[in-house]
Design a protein around this ligand. Structure first.
Ligand code: MG
Length: 169
């Protein structure tokens, strides 16, 4: 069952958003794994493929793609030193009180309703799976924005999954 979107049917923005995630080391399976982490205790028969499909649907939304493009661009610019001080230092250090990364991620969190917000807070605190490696600051990479948008995509996909499960039960 391949209900996943195929590359040919996507426009430039969607292709670039999906490609950037991969280039920055985040696969759709990584995000699906986070969805599984969030939802498997509520849906015992939950399958990985269902998680993946919900991630795919979230990534099909324009407002999500726009946020992904913006967030990753800022990470890359910071990594290349192409941002002015003091913002450059703040982004490179991933300063805890900066907070704009989290605010940007909120534009993804709520696309499938407010339970996304709860999921996002939970996953941001525990940092399971890919989120743990993205937070490893010894890599020399800047993932100040990426970790939040990955968590937000997983949270939104979880809400979509939960809403749909509730409608079929
Ligand atoms: Mg962050």
């Amino acid at each position: 069952m391949s209900r996943m979107k195929n590359f040919e049917s996507m426009d430039e923005v969607e292709r670039k958003a999906r490609a950037l995630l991969e280039e920055r080391g985040v696969t759709m399976d990584d995000i699906a794994e986070l969805v599984y982490f969030l939802q498997s205790k509520y849906h015992p028969a939950l399958e990985r493929s269902e998680c993946l499909e919900n991630v795919d649907r979230v990534l099909s939304k324009r407002e999500v793609q726009n946020t992904v493009l913006t967030a990753i661009e800022l990470d890359i610019l910071a990594e290349e030193g192409k941002i002015q001080e003091p913002l450059l230092r703040i982004l490179r250090d991933d300063e805890g009180l900066y907070g704009v990364d989290e605010v940007l991620a909120l534009s993804i969190v709520n696309v499938y309703g407010s339970i996304g917000f709860t999921n996002y807070g939970y996953i941001d605190k525990l940092k399971p799976g890919i989120l743990e490696s993205l937070n490893d600051k010894s890599s020399g990479k800047v993932h100040t924005f990426l970790d939040d948008i990955v968590g937000a995509i997983a949270a939104a996909a979880s809400s979509r999954l939960a809403h749909r499960a509730a409608n079929t039960e």
